[in-house]
Design a protein around this ligand. Sequence first.
Ligand SMILES: Nc1ncnc2c1ncn2[C@@H]1O[C@H](COP(=O)(O)OP(=O)(O)OP(=O)(O)O)[C@@H](O)[C@H]1O
Ligand SMILES: [Mg+2]
Length: 261
Amino acid sequence: MATTIAVLSQKGGTGKTTIVRTVAEIMRRIDLPTLAIDLDPQGNLSDYFDVPPDAAPTIAEVLGGAATIAEAIQEPAEVVPANLSLAEAELALAGKIGRELTLRRALAKAPERYSLILIDCPPALGLLTVNALAAADYALISAEAQYFALQGVEQALAVIELAAENLQPDLALLGILLNIADMRTVHSREALAGLRERFGESVFETVIRASIAYAESAERATPILEHRPDLAADYIALARELLTRVGLVEHARRLSKLDAA
Ligand SMILES: Nc1ncnc2c1ncn2[C@@H]1O[C@H](COP(=O)(O)OP(=O)(O)OP(=O)(O)O)[C@@H](O)[C@H]1O
Ligand SMILES: [Mg+2]
């Protein structure tokens, strides 16, 4: 069974999609078969992977029961795409019995070759994010270094707790990531201190630095590892912490070959 991680945040633009895109890329480079799932009607993850906008079937058909996960995987990106039709699928889902467990059921039949599944959630703590949490072993919260970061994290944690109590008792918090941070500013330093004070060890040691290079690399559909290898050090450090926390220690060691590169 694959280890499944849902990447979420209470608000938009905290770098969720960039996390899924970049971590998936790193995992593949250390030969850890990884599937990325776009669970956002904006379809940004699909764009970041350069999947054509009309690619089908998408995660919407999977949730609607018209396609399996295996059928919806786009090669070679190994992403299950999404587009605006997912907004409609979410509405349709809302009226169904077992609506929170639909993705979980679909992922139970994911191809066995994957060791890791990363789910990119939309910027809301609604039914799609709840489906991601119910299908996940771990939740990763992305928090932008902003005022109110703390409240956003509290809200995401509350939803994780509800999902764990009602839908997926084995769901665990993987960690809270301070993202898009400029540690030269008081602002970002305070955000980090606040998170550490409140959530302790749950906060990843790694902080992802802010850089315009991420927007450039998204635009070109080139992973940051190629676009700016110097910045990629942040994500390699995150990948190391992530793999260690999920118990894939041997794979964490393999990351040293990327450090060297
Ligand atoms: N470390 C970073 N530094 C600067 N900009 C970043 C960084 N990471 C991501 N970005 C940029 O911030 C914007 C939002 O990132 P991203 O799409 O990953 O966030 P998101 O949380 O998925 O957004 P949404 O909530 O809309 O889905 C994008 O333009 C992206 O390129
Ligand atoms: Mg996104």
